[in-house]
Design a protein around this ligand. Structure first.
Ligand code: FCB
Length: 515
């Protein structure tokens, strides 16, 4: 919060739209006069032609319903995101080792409808078709994850060449289609062999992750320029080792859970070092984090300041410790005797400098200033009427994608930011004539991307946006019941059908903005 920055630096924004350009040379009033003069001078014939005229005027004025306008900077990376266990299937193929999700999904009662990722979108076999879908959309980037157990079936030891070959084929297919690969090394599918030895409750897993990341980065970095160590550390630790709703389904007490978080962020930090050592010079290394998007309840100085404090404290054991290399005093005090045990060397590794920070942004955390609290803020509980998408947890707050990059930029000044995930679930229905009219998803995306444009226009260093997700896929404990794709997948036939939102995204990419 203390770090101030230049707001609205015009050099960061390339205005491609001619109309906006013209308007920026004229005062608002003279621009309006010019437009009304042009429209007023049109003489309207009677009859049918007169009736169609107002419609053509609307088209002249812009793209209806685009909300916040303005183009994104030249070269902005519009992409999509997926994760290995959620799309690949092929769980017994190519020498892949068992993961904690293979085990967990086969335990009755863990996943809605008893679904598993055994087949998922079958992308293991259909990756070429999926890349063709990306190409047709005009995507510039593809964020995918590598399944650790395809490379090291037991988590460590000798690499499995068949697994390496698979990702080589995926990367080559992407590059052949003119799409830049962005590789995540851990999207929650921990090799079961490592879980059997303690999983993230053991420091050995942090080291094994670094070894795997270093190896995989080494073989791919001749073509892959961006690596993310981990996806959403908070999600796989909290849901997997505290709440027990995700694999491996464990419920630890506060102290042991805090240590799991520590080994996870250490794994990230050690992996950054291993990647620096093994990848080609210039390789960009970061992570994809779901830092709670703390948003001020009102846009006033006191609440904005509170949201900044909350950004640090709510994310103390995740993004904050990674970007500062130390736990906040508030975090250590709150945990007291349950605080994690750590060494100065570990903290140094955790705080390894990054080339970029990836933010997964879905829903807001509303924060208000509260002088009665020692920490200075309160997180406001959503009222029962608060709107959400098909997933009850996915509350709607487009401002989240403005405040998250803004506060992260002001607090920590990252060199570059990416929105590594954003999107939503909808109760999609495939109509008899083969269409999915997901107007609610289009509404969600339009409003979030409008707020992202606001952050970019204010000079936040956001370089790209990866929509979650390209395809409907295996949504963890919700199984196939929650659809997040802009492409509909019939899980019986594997037929892919673009939804209305896919057309929306294609148009947006073509215009490099909402229009
Ligand atoms: C994120 C996960 C991703 C997907 C989306 C909906 O938290 O990273 O795998 O499940 O939510």
């Amino acid at each position: 919060m203390s770090r101030k920055r230049d707001m609205g630096r015009p050099d960061r924004v390339v205005w491609r739209d001619r109309r906006i350009h013209l308007a920026s040379f004229l005062s608002r009033r003279s621009f309006a006069q010019l437009m009304s003069g042009m429209l007023g001078s049109l003489s309207l014939p009677r009859g049918a032609a007169a009736e169609t005229e107002p419609i053509s005027r609307i088209r002249e004025m812009g793209h209806p319903g685009s909300g916040v306008g303005g183009a994104f900077p030249e070269g902005f990376v519009w992409g999509s995101a997926t994760a290995s266990y959620q799309v690949e299937g092929g769980v017994h193929e190519g020498g892949r080792g068992k993961t904690i999700w293979d085990t967990f999904t086969h335990i009755p009662g863990t996943i809605a409808h008893g679904d598993t990722g055994d087949v998922a979108d079958d992308s293991y076999h259909r990756y070429k078709e999926d890349v063709a879908i990306m190409k047709a959309l005009g995507l510039k980037g593809c964020r995918f994850s590598v399944a650790w157990s395809r490379i090291f079936p037991n988590g460590a030891g000798a690499p499995n060449q068949a697994g390496v070959d698979y990702y080589n084929r995926v990367v080559d297919e992407l590059l052949g289609a003119g799409i830049e690969p962005y590789c995540t090394l851990f999207h929650w599918d921990l090799p079961q062999a490592l879980e059997d030895k303690g999983g993230w409750q053991s420091r050995d897993t942090s080291q094994a992750f670094a070894d795997y990341a270093g190896y995989t980065g080494g073989v791919l970095s001749d073509r892959v320029k961006h690596f993310m160590t981990m996806n959403e550390i908070r999600s796989f630790t909290e849901l997997g080792y505290s709440e027990g709703r995700f694999a491996p389904g464990i419920k630890l007490n506060t102290g042991r859970f805090a240590q799991v978080n520590h080994w996870a962020v250490l794994g990230h930090g050690l992996a950054v070092g291993a990647l620096r050592a093994s990848t080609k010079a210039g390789t960009q290394i970061g992570l994809a984090d779901n830092a709670q998007a703390t948003c001020p309840v009102l846009d006033t100085a006191e609440h904005v300041k509170a949201a900044g404090i909350a950004m640090r404290e709510q994310n103390a054991q995740y993004l904050t410790v990674i970007l500062e290399g130390r736990y906040t005093e508030g975090y250590l005090k709150r945990l007291g005797k349950d605080a994690p045990k750590f060494t100065p060397e570990e903290m140094k590794a955790i705080g390894s400098p990054l080339d970029f920070v990836g933010l997964n942004v879905y829903q807001p955390t509303w924060v208000m200033a509260d002088p009665a609290q020692e920490i200075g803020y309160t997180v406001v509980k959503d009222p029962a009427s608060y709107p959400h998408m098909a997933s009850p947890w996915l509350t709607v707050g487009p401002e989240a994608i403005y405040w998250s990059p803004k506060l992260v930029s002001e607090l920590w000044g990252p060199k570059a930011l990416y929105i590594t995930e954003n999107g939503c679930s909808s109760a999609d229905v495939l109509t008899a004539d083969g269409r999915v009219l997901d107007t609610d998803r289009v509404m969600y995306l339009r409003n979030y991307i409008g707020q992202l444009q606001r952050a970019v226009a204010e000079g936040m260093p956001v370089k790209g946006y990866f929509l979650w997700s390209l395809l409907d896929n295996f949504e963890w404990a919700d199984g196939y019941g929650k659809r997040f794709g802009i492409t509909y997948v019939d899980f019986k036939t594997q037929k892919r059908t673009p939804k209305l939102s896919s057309e929306f995204y294609k148009n947006l990419i073509g215009r490099n903005g909402l229009g």
